[in-house]
Design a protein around this ligand. Sequence first.
Ligand SMILES: [Zn+2]
Length: 237
Amino acid sequence: MPLVRPLWAALMDLAAERDCGGCGRPQPSGEPLCPDCDGLLADGGPWRTLAAVPGTPRTHAVARYEDPVRTMLIGYKERGRADLRRVLGRALARAVAGTLETGGAPTTTPRRPPVALIPMPSRRKAVRDRGQDTTARLAGTAARALREVGVPARAVSALRHARAVEDQAGLSRQERAANLSGALRARRAAALAGAAVVLVDDISTSGASLAEAARALRAAGVPVIGAATIAAARVRM
Ligand SMILES: [Zn+2]
């Protein structure tokens, strides 16, 4: 019975996935997160990134970037915890709602403008390594969650890299700014006409990437009302 062992191993993997994606405690409920960790993704914010970089759009995050939220995001992006996408996507939707509420987008007029969520583009290597664009998928899940509560939202991959950029980790504030300057280019700008445009990402750190994204969209005639991330890290200035 050559199939039995791989099947058994696969089923064991499924079972292992049901440890809480934040704190790692076993989850008898089968939910991806325990109630404590799930509660951390309720809108406990806003955690606003300290505007380290001029031009950083106003950013709303629902959690602070520290454990166990950090573990959840790494689990989803790097360790194949696809089961976390729904809870993280909903958390991102709550962050977007926070941005819309404080960003001057009309939320009570009879004709609410459509909302466009623009995922920060992933580096090609990251997409290759992960087998998918995790940020774009989170944006899609967040848009769906917003539509479920009546907000006409959709995710639009409207940014791409104009040139290769280095991984930002380990770079100083000045190095990050130089690494990112002119790094992004807008596309599909016509599809964004009339929409309330919100940049989305999993984490905001110095705001340098978000500032570059807002610049690139502005250069294409697309104003950005703000940004939303699941978590915000406070960075050393
Ligand atoms: Zn937990």
